[in-house]
Design a protein. Structure first.
Length: 278
């Protein structure tokens, strides 16, 4: 009887162990929840939950993928490379978003932007966010640091893209200017087009129809069509490249500055962002 009881206890033990392993593998007991990946174990469960709620709200408003990440092992990468690769690995199909990193290995906080987020988070805006976040991380308040970064991203998203914003690829020198029209500008353009079209129509009618009189211009008698053969030959081609000098900071937290410096990650994606050592 004792032998049978012992066997049953062993069976129950292994059954319980299998359940724990199964749940653990699905992340139920993992500390990485939602958009927060606390690899360095810097956050409490309550801090993770609160941060997740804030990120979820911002994700729903922006449509971006947003990750708050901590690590104490950067796999031999720089903070920039780690943040870029983390975003690319966790967001293979969605390019718009940011990865907010506390890198305890390189002792650096980093903001990696991708897609549409590059337009919103210019160099000056990223620096302003890092300024706010640095005060927290330097005092060991890691939850405060990540919250400050999320708040900064949210604030600049609500402000919209800066007028004259452009992306500057630091590796190739290529410039991509953001162009958009406001509803007021579109309305003015339509009204101007209608006005010019109306004037042209009126002048043409007045000239050839004598202001809608009965007389008609005899275009068949006076009209003439000349067709000429034109031969275009390509002679030469000249291409001029101009490298734009690096922009100095000066917008501060007010949201000024229109340049977003970009680079390519290991996956080939274009990323923006910057970091700050602590």
């Amino acid at each position: 009887m004792r032998c049978l009881r012992t066997i049953k206890k062993i069976k129950y033990f292994f059954l319980l162990l299998m359940i724990l392993l199964l749940f653990g593998s699905t992340g139920i007991f993992a500390k990485d929840e939602g958009s927060v990946y606390d690899g360095a174990s810097l956050l409490t469960d309550q801090e993770i939950s609160s941060l997740n709620e804030k990120i979820t709200t911002l994700q729903q408003a922006s449509g971006w993928n947003i990750y708050a990440v901590t690590t104490d092992h950067a796999e031999g990468k720089s903070a920039r490379a780690y943040a870029d690769d983390f975003f690319d690995a966790h967001s293979p199909e969605q390019e718009d978003g940011v990865a907010l990193l506390i890198d305890m290995d390189n002792r650096e906080i980093y903001i990696s932007t991708c897609g549409e987020a590059i337009r919103y988070l210019t160099d000056t805006r990223v620096d302003a966010i890092l300024d706010d976040a640095y005060g927290y991380v330097s005092e060991g308040d890691y939850a405060g640091c990540l919250n400050a970064m999320v708040d900064g991203v949210s604030a600049y998203y609500e402000r919209g893209i800066n007028k004259g914003q452009y992306n500057y690829d630091t590796q190739t020198g290529k410039v991509s200017v953001y162009r958009s029209l406001t509803p007021a500008e579109i309305l003015v353009a339509v009204l101007l087009a209608l006005a010019v079209g109306g004037i042209f129509f009126g002048v043409t009618v007045g000239k050839y129809r004598l202001k809608f009189g009965t007389w008609q211009y005899p275009f068949r008698d006076y009209g003439e069509v000349n067709l000429r053969v034109r031969d275009d030959r390509f002679v030469n081609k000249f291409v001029t490249h101009r490298r734009i000098p690096r922009q100095t900071s000066g917008g501060g937290s007010g949201g000024g500055g229109s340049r977003s410096s970009t680079h390519r990650s290991s996956s080939g994606r274009s990323h923006g962002g910057s970091g700050r050592k602590f």
